[in-house]
Design a binder for this molecule. Structure first.
Ligand SMILES: Cc1cc2nc3c(=O)[nH]c(=O)nc-3n(C[C@H](O)[C@H](O)[C@H](O)COP(=O)(O)OP(=O)(O)OC[C@H]3O[C@@H](n4cnc5c(N)ncnc54)[C@H](O)[C@@H]3O)c2cc1C
Length: 466
């Protein structure tokens, strides 16, 4: 097939009645909207977008792409920074119509379709006073976030999202179906818990959920000039705090919104966004040293339903902004690194740009480095630097700040990065991120996808001899 139009026509002719979802080609009126992903810096034109509604649709789409030797991208929530949910010229297998959610309150589990967002899952589990650990922005896809690890407000108490995965239903690269759990296909189950979309298309996840309903949450903000003092406090305070307390550190610009007092709007600050799930009567004592530190501009911690916390940033980080990402795992925060964070905080290039340190101690450390592909279980933080702005004209400015910042702080990191917070940065970064687990992943890849049909991801190249 020579043109992208021909691909869409061939799909209509070959899949036609067998395919219950939507087949969208470049000529379709919905094409522009269907090809767009969250990061507007990514501008790719697939030949076909197949919006699947069932495992049969997924299997048909994979077979079609392979039959015609077309690149195949799998799209969950479309949030990936590097745009790994879309490709040029090939086929996008879009799961966004697969949104069934079934909560079992007595078993404390939730079964989730492969195309759900976390906001949908949070709303469903909250009705039963439950929550599954996930990320901090509701519009993020369950698929990509889970398969890369899943770091969020409940990580210190209940672990990563993958630590709460009980089983997954998968359509493999050869179009067959498999269930992965500790009992069934355990090697596939191991590989899925951090190995990304390399091993198959997950049509349904079954997660453990925990009793989490109203939490004490919100930010404490300090003047940017106090960054060094706050970071030195934070690096000692949080690791020693009970697991019920989570707080990610940020340098940021206060957005002009109701959440913040008008006098702070557009001021550069440092801060911690807290989430406390422990007994409320212990909170005052717990937060006392935080409030006594430096001169806080705001201590906005109060009770809120967990889904409200989960969607706190959704209005700020709407789809369609320009994003440039860099990340690292961090074991400790030496003074020299703190100096760099202070310097680059002062140079925040735009209102949306930020640096976050997400805690990955506590329950995340209960799981061994080789128990899942997520190998940096000895680190205390996942650091992410994101240059963000609505204006494409600022793409260069945000990219340069992000890269310069990363270059300055990378020497103080543990080496690799959280795969979900990288751009498409090549094999060396992927290897560094899986560390000693890479060879086992490569062997699993050779078993489940020997032709590397699923390669629009943080790719693990198949290797039986690994
Ligand atoms: C604003 C924002 C906030 C974020 N916050 C957090 C956070 O707090 N914690 C955190 O851990 N991460 C966070 N992330 C990172 C996020 O985990 C990744 O961007 C992740 O890739 C998003 O998954 P997705 O399904 O939306 O992405 P997509 O772009 O759809 O997919 C990403 C990758 O996963 C694969 N994939 C997706 N679904 C499936 C599936 N069902 N089966 C097989 N492969 C699949 C795709 O092929 C692709 O390679 C955030 C991202 C953004 C943009």
């Amino acid at each position: 097939m020579s043109t992208t139009t021909n691909v869409a026509q061939a799909a209509q002719a070959e899949l036609g009645a067998k395919f219950a979802g939507e087949l969208i080609g470049p000529e379709d009126p919905s094409y522009e909207q269907a090809r767009a992903v969250y990061n507007a810096m990514i501008d790719r034109r697939p030949a076909l977008i197949a919006r699947c509604t069932s495992t049969a649709d997924v299997a048909e789409t994979i077979s079609f792409a392979r039959r015609h030797d077309l690149l195949l991208a799998v799209r969950g929530g479309g949030h990936n920074g590097g745009g790994l949910g879309v490709c040029d010229d090939g086929v996008v297998l879009d799961l966004s119509l697969m949104q069934a959610i079934e909560v079992d309150p007595s078993a404390r589990t939730v079964r989730v379709g492969g195309g759900c967002t976390w906001a949908q899952v949070d709303a469903a589990t909250h009705e039963h006073g439950l929550a599954t650990p996930s990320g901090i922005v509701g519009s993020t896809g369950v698929g990509g976030l889970t398969l890369g690890g899943g770091i969020g407000y409940l990580s210190r108490k209940h672990g990563l999202t993958i630590d709460n995965l009980i089983e997954a239903d998968v359509v493999l690269a050869d179009g067959t179906q498999a269930r992965a759990s500790a009992e069934e296909n355990p090697e596939l189950f191991w590989a899925l818990r951090g190995g990304g979309g390399n091993f198959g298309v997950v049509t349904s996840f079954n997660f453990r959920a925990h009793p989490v309903s109203t939490v004490l949450a919100g930010p404490t903000l300090w003047p940017l000039e106090q960054t060094a003092e706050v970071m030195r406090f934070y690096r000692e305070f949080l690791p020693a705090a009970p697991r019920e307390l989570n707080g990610f550190f940020a340098t940021m610009t206060v957005p002009p919104g109701d959440l913040f007092p008008a006098e702070l709007h557009l001021r550069k600050v440092c801060g911690v966004v807290w989430c406390y799930t422990g007994p409320q009567e212990a909170a005052a004592e717990l937060f006392a040293p935080v409030q006594a530190l430096g001169t806080p501009l705001l201590h906005g911690v109060g009770p809120m339903p967990f889904p409200a916390l989960q969607s706190l940033f959704d209005g700020l980080y709407v789809p369609g902004l320009q994003w440039y990402w860099r990340a690292d795992f961090v074991r400790e925060l030496p003074d020299a690194a703190i100096e760099q964070h202070t310097a680059f905080g002062e140079k925040l290039p735009t209102m949306h740009s930020t640096m976050h340190l997400y805690p990955i101690d506590g329950a995340v450390h209960d799981v061994g480095a080789a128990d899942t592909p997520f190998s940096y279980r000895d680190c205390n933080w996942a650091e992410v630097i994101v240059g963000v702005d609505p204006d494409p004209a600022n793409a260069g400015v945000i990219r340069d700040w992000t890269v310069d910042y990363w270059d300055a702080t990378h020497p103080y990191s543990a080496g690799g990065a959280y795969v979900n917070m990288m751009m498409d940065e090549g094999q060396e970064r992927v290897r560094a991120s899986y560390r000693d687990n890479y060879d086992r992943l490569a062997t699993a890849k050779a078993t489940y996808d020997p032709a590397n049909a699923l390669r629009v991801n943080q790719n693990i190249e198949p290797s039986m001899g690994a």
